[in-house]
Design a protein around this ligand. Structure first.
Ligand code: 6AU
Length: 267
């Protein structure tokens, strides 16, 4: 059962390079924290990434919210990833037919596949979306997460939809490395998917727009998920960035996530 094994011992269960690199990074840095850097200027974005870099296994981006996005941002992000030893996850949530998503993934302004180790997709369009993204991403060693569940109130990714998403992943194990999900799905003992989970914050149950929060322990220990994705819990929700506070929160979530994982594999 993947949830009782150490991250480092799970590398061999994955053929995808991005999945292997992520598990190795988690083990090496003793971190299962992904910080979601949802800020709107390049300067704030790079300041947050520099501050949290030492504490994370993964940085999650929404590059289309950065007003002054340019190629230099990607260059600097890539350098920070090498300096602080983390991977990059552009949270693009692709949701179109295979042909369209292959164009969106490879090209446009953002050229996501050229720098993002991991990205994600909705399964509404059917398995063609996986094939379209794999055509671009697999030759580059990239990995894909499918949205099997969501954190927001009233979302439709439940029941048969989630089950069929898991079935689609099983049919594309070379490229699909895991899920955005709220819990580890049940499956054969030798099956190993990475479960990355948003909706994590200490001291808040949600926001005014339907987001729902759980604690790192609820996510990692109770629900068997692998990576906690924390946005505003680390960055704050205002416009200005307090680098010291951001760093303090990143350390705090890193510690909480890692101790919940240690408890899980010991139990
Ligand atoms: O911690 P927050 O609420 O500030 O940010 C959560 C981040 C946001 C969302 O776009 C994303 O996680 N997210 C996702 C992802 C990662 O795919 C899925 C979901 O169901 N809920 C969610 O919040 O950047």
């Amino acid at each position: 059962m993947a949830s009782s094994k150490a991250y480092g011992d799970r590398v061999a269960s994955h053929s995808n390079r991005a999945a292997q690199d992520l598990l190795r990074t988690m083990e090496r840095k003793q971190s299962n924290l992904c910080v979601s850097v949802d800020v709107t200027s390049k300067a704030a974005f790079l300041a947050v990434v520099e501050a949290v870099g030492p504490f994370v296994c993964l940085i999650k981006t929404h590059v289309d919210v950065i007003a002054d996005f340019d190629a230099d941002l990607v260059e600097q992000l890539t350098q920070l990833a090498a300096k602080h030893d983390f991977l990059i996850f552009e949270d693009r949530k692709f949701a179109d037919i295979g042909n369209t998503v292959s164009l969106q993934y490879a090209g446009g302004i953002y050229k996501i596949a050229s720098w993002s180790h991991i990205t994600n997709a909705h399964t509404v369009p059917g398995p063609g979306i996986i094939a379209g993204l794999a055509k671009v991403g697999l030759p580059l060693g990239r990995g894909l997460l499918l949205l099997a569940e969501m954190s927001s109130a009233g979302n439709l990714a439940t029941g048969a939809y989630s089950d069929q998403t898991i079935a689609m992943a099983r049919a594309h194990r070379d490229f699909v490395v895991g899920f955005i999900a709220m819990q580890r799905p049940s499956g054969p003992a030798d099956e190993d998917f990475l479960i990355l989970t948003p909706g994590v914050q200490l001291g808040s149950k949600g926001d005014a727009l339907g987001q729902q929060y759980r604690t790192p322990r609820e996510v990692v220990f109770d629900s068997g998920c692998d990576v906690i994705i924390v946005g505003r819990g680390v960055t704050g929700s205002g416009e200005s960035i307090n680098v010291e506070e951001v760093q303090h929160q990143a350390r705090r979530y890193r510690d909480e996530g890692w101790s919940a994982y240690r408890e899980r594999i010991a139990s």
